[in-house]
Design a protein. Sequence first.
Length: 303
Amino acid sequence: MRQAGAILLSLARMLLQAAGIVLVVFLLCRVAPGDAVDRMALEGGLTAHEEAELRHEMGLDRPLVVDLATWAGNALTGDFGESLRYHRPVAGMLATALPTTLALAAGSFLLGLLVALGLAVSAAVTGNRVLARLVNLVNVWSIALPTFCVGVVAILVFSVWLGWLPVVGALAMPIVIIAIDNAGQIGKPLFEELREAATSAHVRTAYAKGLGRPRIAFFHLLPTALPVALALSGLVLAGLVAGTLTMEILFSLPGIGSLMLNAIHGRDYPVVQAAITVVAVALVVINAVIDIIHRAVDPRLSR
């Protein structure tokens, strides 16, 4: 009963956070200086009367409350309006860009988690100093080297100097860069937790029974460290969004990040608003799901 109440509280918090994000994004887009008409005026030299007519046609002169209510009601049905610059449905533009973003985010997260688990478990079970130092090295890498700077160097080395990868549209390179960053954030705390768990009584008993190290790792150590891995995964996801969008822009990938940057340059606020809202709400939902799974795995949180 207590756990069900905690889950309902998490869902209520998720809805409030999502509503708050939508409101803040909407207000920021409306108070930002300039709009699509101003951009068109710079390019085409429109008169003041023509600018006023265009704003009326695009709905940019409507009262803020009316605009918010209309946009929110349409967004709940999946209708994010029409691009002011390209005159295309925003939902269709997001649907076209979303697969690239999902592939980059999911690939880098899963690869980073796999590397972190492999290094942390191997170092904790074997006690190998080289593996332990490698865990520390990857952790320092993630702290000291921003992914954007690593991406610039990777393009220079692997695309310009060696010619192994294309300069534009290389998906493998950003996945590896973000994965190493994620592995550094997860691997070090997970290794410390596993190393402490390796000295516990039930693990010593397993060694005394002659069980193999792989079996001890998967059936005795990992279940102990699973709550820590889930908590770290939730924290990593927050940084993963920024890293993914940055890598899309740097490597010219046709994802949400590139779409958002082009929309900002063109003052295409319906696209900016929809893209930020979708990404932020998705992040809130993912974190809420991880929190619910975390509480199910570790009942101590509910208490």
